[in-house]
Every structure is written in structure tokens, then in C-alpha cells.
Design a protein around this ligand. Structure first.
Ligand code: UD1
Ligand code: CA
Length: 448
């Protein structure tokens, strides 16, 4: 039985931002959301987020998570004071409490599982995550007397010279036996350099307290400024890319590629340089994406290619070729074996299988059947200045170069549209439509 509390009341002065620190985005999610996500595997019974500075903004941003409870810490008098605010919320609770920092978003789920397991199997009253850092400046130092049993934790600024030589640091991630912690919290005193109530001082009232070293020290990196935010992004990206390469994805020049951790790839996908994959994107086996493409919240079948293109909120069938320089956006569905070529924009449109839209075209609010051939320069005029209207183009239809469809308009199946037509009325199946002025020739217009 475990409850989770996340410290998120601080301002984060060094971010130099109007946004509270924990709401800054890292790879598509805020810091505090990442911390919440990292502990979902533990199936916490309670999820408490301690808020203070711009607490309302934090609450609003997390409103879509109904399981999260908010605890107000109106004055920030230290980490111990923050946890004291839980006393009323967790009155009578008998389980363990995991305490996480809202600004440490790189923790792996496995690390938290290991911490909890150690805590429970040793029946510790407290277990904390530690690391040996080459440069431990700024961190509290953890002192143990063999068997990883903690005797005290001393903040960097409260250390004497000898204590400062200890490089074993407190990551600020703890597991507590809640009833024991609840009994210790009222005994904290603010008798230190910062006049704060330190959570770390509870080790004097608990026994046994054990330290567990984290295998990968980068996991405990806290974010205090923009530079650390950028460094965290790099670490996250390296992890994601290493995992996908191990799973059979080829990344050409990985440093120029970014992949959100919400993206799903398949074996034998090839990602070319300067390509960015974001959100709920899924890419099927054998796809070749890039160079220079951005794909967001889109699902691609197998063996799709997309080069120099931007694709958002789209579903693309297998074997379809996209780009260079195509833009698909906002609720687009493209069937199998289609061709969406250069300088083509497609918005809120469905396209059947084996349809070609090869050059210089805008399709908006349209529905195209199978085996349609869209001539170069075809435009759906979907907007009358007030409302958007639909264009329907039946299977097997061929639109001539530079045709304009003034929506709402329906073209049947196997229609032939003469080049340069401005089509304003519906056209039946198998018809030829010519909607332009007949060519006139006036001879001898100039003297020979
Ligand atoms: C704390 C630990 C230190 C550890 C370090 C790891 C204490 C006394 N020290 O120090 O041993 O090495 O974390 O990062 O705990 N917060 C609140 N309310 C408060 C004070 C802080 O919510 O009243 C939040 C902050 O927003 C932050 C977290 O708690 O997310 C840590 O607080 P901070 O003051 O940064 O602690 P450190 O000085 O880094
Ligand atoms: Ca502090």
C-alpha cells in the first residue's frame, strides 16, 4: 500500500519565468506530469501534489487527472514543513508514503520500484535514494554506518569541511512508513542555516533508515534553470533513441532527430536526419521518414515514405509516398498506395486508396474516392468567407490541371474535368465537365 506525495510548492526563481517551475514542458509534458507518470506503475492509492507558488495554475494544468489531490502549502518554510501539510490529509492512513520532487522528472519507474521493494522487504521506517556524484555541490550529504543505515543527512550549506568531502548525496526521493513519519514530523525544528523545516531531519526520529544508491545518477537530476531543462531533454532523448535502436529502428544521424517518449515505432523503420516525431504518433514497419520531416499525433501504416514534410493529426495507409514539401494537417486520412506530392496541402480530408495528388494542390474539407488523379494546381475553394464547405470527388475521377472546385460541390465517379475549369455545380458519373471560356482566336491581330 503506497501513497505518493510530490513537492511542487516552490517558485523556481532561477527559471526566470512567470510559470511555476514544475509546469515547464519537457518533451511534450510538464515536469510535474512526468513525475506523476513515473510512479503510476506502483499503482499508488493516493496521489498528493503539494502546491504553493501559483498553486492555482498547477491545479488547472493537472485538472485532467482526477486521481490527483492537491495540498496547499501557503508559505514555503522548507521540505519538512511541506510534508507536515499532509498530516490532516493522511490522518489514519497506515501504508507507506513515497515522496518525490516535482522538479526531478528523469526518474525511471524501475528505480522507484526498487526503492519501494527495498523499503518494504527490510521493513524500514525510511528508505532514501542516494548517489555518488563527482560534483556533489548543493546537495545534502548522506552519512551511513555500514549496511547502508543512515545516521544523518547534512545540507551542503550546513556541512563542515570534513563532511563536505562525502560525495554520497541525498536525491530527495524517499519512502516512509507513514504512521512513523507522522509521529516524527511535529518534532522538526528550523534550527539550521536557512531557518527551514528540513524533511531530512526526520532521520533522527526513525529507525531503521536505509540508503539505496541509484544505478544511473542522471535519473536524479533536478531542474533549476533553463540550462538544466535543456540538459534533461538531451538525457531523455538519448534514452528514447537508444531504446528504439535496440528495438530495430535505424536512426541516421541521431543527434539531429528528436522523438517524444509517447511515439511508437516498429522494427525496420528508418528515420533520416532532422526529423521530429511527436505526440501520439505510430509508425509501421519499413517506413522511411525524413530527412527534414515533422510528424505529430499521426499513425502511419507500413512502408510509408515521407520526406521534407509536415504531418499532423493524420492517418496514412501503407505504401503511400508523401513529399517532398507536403503539409497534411488536422484530421486527414489517406488510403494505401497513394501519392501526396510536392507543394500539396491537405486539411480535414479523406482520400481513398491509390489516389494521386502529385503537385501544387490544396484539398480542404474534401472527400476523395479511390484511384482519383488530382491534376497539378487543383484547388478546393472550401471557404466562402463565413463557412467551410465540402467537396466530394468520386473514385476514378481525373481533375485537370488548375481546376477549382467551389464547394459545396459533388463530382461523381470517373468524371473527367477539363484543365482550368471552375466547377460550381455537381457533375454526374462518367461525364466530362468543361467550365471555362472556349478559346477564341482572332487572326492577324498584329500586322505581320
Ligand atoms: C533538498 C534536500 C537535500 C537534497 C535535495 C535534492 C532538504 C532539507 N534537503 O534540498 O538534502 O540533496 O533536495 O534535490 O530537504 N519545496 C516545497 N515547499 C517548501 C520547500 C521546498 O514544496 O517549503 C519543494 C521545492 O519546490 C522543490 C523541493 O521541495 O521541488 C526541494 O526543495 P529545495 O528547497 O529545492 O530543496 P534543496 O535545497 O534542493
Ligand atoms: Ca532550499
Amino acid at each position: 500500500m503506497v501513497a505518493v506525495a510530490i513537492l511542487a510548492a516552490g517558485k523556481g526563481t532561477r527559471m526566470k519565468s512567470t510559470l511555476p517551475k514544475v509546469l515547464h514542458q519537457l518533451g511534450g509534458r510538464s515536469l510535474v506530469e512526468r513525475v506523476l507518470d513515473s510512479c503510476q506503475g506502483l499503482q499508488p492509492e493516493r496521489q498528493l501534489v503539494i502546491v504553493g507558488y501559483q498553486g492555482e495554475a498547477v491545479k488547472t494544468q493537472l485538472a485532467h487527472r482526477p486521481a490527483v489531490e492537491f495540498v496547499d502549502q501557503t508559505q514555503q518554510l522548507g521540505t519538512g514543513h511541506a510534508i507536515q501539510q499532509l498530516l490532516t490529509h493522511l490522518a489514519g492512513y497506515q501504508g507507506d508514503l513515497l515522496v518525490l520532487n516535482g522538479d526531478a522528472p528523469l526518474l525511471r519507474a524501475e528505480t522507484l520500484e526498487k526503492l519501494l521493494l527495498t523499503h518494504q522487504s527490510h521493513q524500514n521506517e525510511a528508505t532514501l535514494l542516494t548517489a555518488n556524484l563527482p560534483n556533489p555541490k548543493g546537495y545534502g550529504r548522506v552519512f551511513c554506518n555500514g549496511d547502508n543505515h543512515v545516521t544523518q543527512i547534512v545540507e551542503d550549506r550546513d556541512c563542515n569541511d570534513a563532511q563536505r568531502q562525502n560525495h554520497r548525496i541525498n536525491a530527495g526521493i524517499y519512502c516512509f512508513n507513514w504512521p512513523k513519519l507522522a509521529a516524527a514530523l511535529p518534532q522538526l525544528r528550523a534550527n539550521n542555516d536557512q531557518q527551514e523545516y528540513y524533511l531530512t531531519d526526520v532521520v533522527h526520529f526513525l529507525n531503521p533508515v536505509m540508503a539505496v544508491d541509484v544505478a544511473d545518477a542522471s535519473e536524479i537530476n533536478g531542474i533549476n534553470d533553463r540550462k538544466q531543462l535543456a540538459a534533461a531533454y538531451e538525457i531523455l532523448q538519448d534514452r528514447i533513441k537508444d531504446d528504439w535502436m535496440a528495438a530495430g529502428v535505424t536512426l541516421i544521424h541521431p543527434d539531429s532527430i528528436t522523438i517524444d517518449d509517447t511515439v511508437q515505432l516498429s522494427p525496420d523503420v528508418v528515420i533520416e536526419p532532422h526529423t521530429h516525431l511527436r505526440g501520439q504518433t505510430m509508425i509501421g514497419s519499413g517506413c522511411r521518414i525524413g530527412p527534414h520531416s515533422l510528424i505529430e499525433n499521426s499513425q502511419l501504416g507500413e512502408r510509408v515514405t515521407a520526406m521534407f514534410s509536415v504531418i499532423t493529426d493524420a492517418q496514412i495507409g501503407s505504401e503511400t509516398r508523401i513529399g517532398p514539401y507536403a503539409h497534411l494537417r488536422g484530421d486527414v486520412t489517406v488510403g494505401e498506395s497513394c501519392r501526396i506530392g510536392n507543394f500539396v496541402e491537405v486539411k480535414k480530408t479523406t482520400i481513398g486508396a491509390q489516389t494521386n495528388v502529385a503537385h501544387l494542390t490544396y484539398l480542404g474539407d474534401a472527400h476523395l474516392g479511390d484511384r482519383v488523379n488530382v491534376g497539378a494546381g487543383t484547388i478546393t475553394a472550401n471557404y466562402d468567407g463565413v463557412k467551410k464547405h465540402q467537396t466530394v470527388i468520386g473514385s476514378g475521377t481525373k481533375t485537370g490541371a488548375n481546376s477549382v472546385f467551389v464547394a459545396p460541390v459533388v463530382l461523381g465517379e470517373s468524371v473527367t474535368v477539363a484543365a482550368g475549369s471552375v466547377v460550381t455545380n455537381d457533375v454526374p458519373n462518367y461525364a466530362l465537365v468543361i467550365a471555362r471560356q472556349r478559346q477564341r482566336i482572332i487572326e492577324d491581330w498584329q500586322k505581320a
